[in-house]
Design a protein. Sequence first.
Length: 331
Amino acid sequence: GRIAIEAEGIAKSFAGPDGPVRIVNGFSTRILRGDRVGVLGANGAGKTTLVRLLTGELAPDGGSVRHGTGLEIAYFDQSRASLDPALSVRRALLPEGGDQVHLGERTRHIASYLRDFLFDPGRMDSPVSSLSGGERNRLLLARLFARPSNLLVMDEPTNDLDLETLDLLEDVLGEYAGTLLLVSHDRDFLDRLVTSVLAVEGGGRVDEYVGGWSDYARQRPAPTAEKPAAAKAAPAKPAAAAVRPADKPRQKLGFKEQRDLELLPARIEALEAEIAKLHAELADPDLFARDAATFQAKTDRLQAAEADRTAAEDRWLEVATLAESLGTGPA
């Protein structure tokens, strides 16, 4: 059939210091074969929990999850992935031996396949321990795509990737024919790769949007689409309940929160422009040979700018969420 995953009214809570913390509440969705679904939300909102529920790794407290027939799931999670440093590159990729990589109905020689992941064929028998961090990440990706799968789950795959590996990842994901579940804070990455978004808003709420991150940002009634954990946090501040203590303990955003809500979109836009400019400058194939110090400085600044953008996006989601729970919004 066409269905890869179908969820009906799923719910999940975990015990918290002040009682159960609701992660997902009554969420339903249907993911078809070939769909490319992004999962986004603030840190700690429950993105990974939602994915684990959808893949069957975690059982829901209520509702049901049904998988289509013949579903083969492959996972990429850098925090859980590992390579045996004593193995050669060849054996890390083909632990059963041989020199043929089976890709569905196609077969590729390992040297040709590894070349797709930017490995020189002469490195096939090098030990994993001799690889750089970027090479290890590329080997993890090569191993992942050599496994039979029709559902690929990737949890923050862009974290700590160098530019070369990031471009490679985007290329291989663009060519992947199966269903994709992609958890990421990288909005450019989501825009280029996904066709729908599951936004984990907190407080048990998950909203579904057509398109990528930019489409989500346009469709989402800012900030009224979010009801996250901030709604649960408000009762912990009874001292702020000066006007309507029995109704809403906290009435408005603090000064810094209001400023963040108003100013962060421009900050994110400026960082986006800087990141795009740095990408263009680093794309110069002669830059490294001409001025290695400048190349390194721009690479370092790019990584810092991307980290700043992620932090700004997380903070804006957090404050917009709180504003919605209080019934306020940008001035």
